[in-house]
Design a binder for this molecule. Structure first.
Ligand SMILES: CC(C)(COP(=O)(O)OP(=O)(O)OC[C@H]1O[C@@H](n2cnc3c(N)ncnc32)[C@H](O)[C@@H]1OP(=O)(O)O)[C@@H](O)C(=O)NCCC(=O)NCCS
Length: 154
């Protein structure tokens, strides 16, 4: 990892193009169809970007559930390969936990593909419970691992 410490800031809709341009590379497989523009247009106020020298080093796209008043949800988060292993994803998640708690949320949820062992290890390290793989979670033959974390009450 590099010696600089990326700066965290709230996302803006204009971040979309730079983020979607790197996600296939960061994930090592095609994932960009999971991140349509609507997520930055409509959820940028609860999403975060980590920047280094003006370039994205990491990001988190999340929202406060409009339908589950106790719940916040992390849809997509990633860290550029050179910045991995230095606690950047932890910083992004902890900033989102603070934002969720300020919005009176008591739990945070996320899901991942069963093949994404890095995501499962990361969420386990971050204190999420891990359920699954849940067969057919996202429709026929689309299994998902489900993460859930209770936030401490303020
Ligand atoms: C998963 C990912 C976000 C982790 O980012 P990161 O900045 O390297 O993670 P951190 O350095 O903040 O690690 C936080 C904790 O998770 C653990 N962790 C992170 N990646 C891990 C891995 N691949 N295997 C095992 N543990 C891992 C760390 O050991 C650390 O634990 P600790 O704080 O108890 O020491 C990053 O590898 C990534 O972007 N992967 C590709 C995209 C992806 O799969 N995203 C899904 C995650 S939501």
């Amino acid at each position: 990892m590099t010696s600089e410490s990326p700066r965290l800031r709230p996302a803006v809709p204009g971040d979309y193009d730079r983020i979607v341009a790197v996600v296939d590379d960061w994930w090592g497989r095609p994932v960009r169809s999971n991140l349509p523009r609507l997520f930055l247009d409509h959820f940028h106020r609860t999403s975060l970007v980590a920047e280094n020298a003006g370039e994205p080093a990491g990001f988190l796209v999340g929202f406060l559930s409009p339908s589950m008043p106790d719940c916040a949800y992390i849809h997509f988060a990633g860290v550029a390969p050179p910045f991995r292993g230095g606690g950047l994803a932890r910083r992004l998640y902890e900033s989102f936990f603070a934002l969720a708690a300020a919005g009176h949320r008591t739990r945070v949820r996320a899901i991942t593909s069963p093949r994404n062992s890095a995501s499962i290890a990361f969420h386990t390290a971050m204190g999420f419970s891990v359920t699954g793989p849940v067969a057919g979670y996202d429709g026929p033959a689309v299994d998902r691992v489900v993460f859930d974390k209770r936030l401490p009450r303020p």
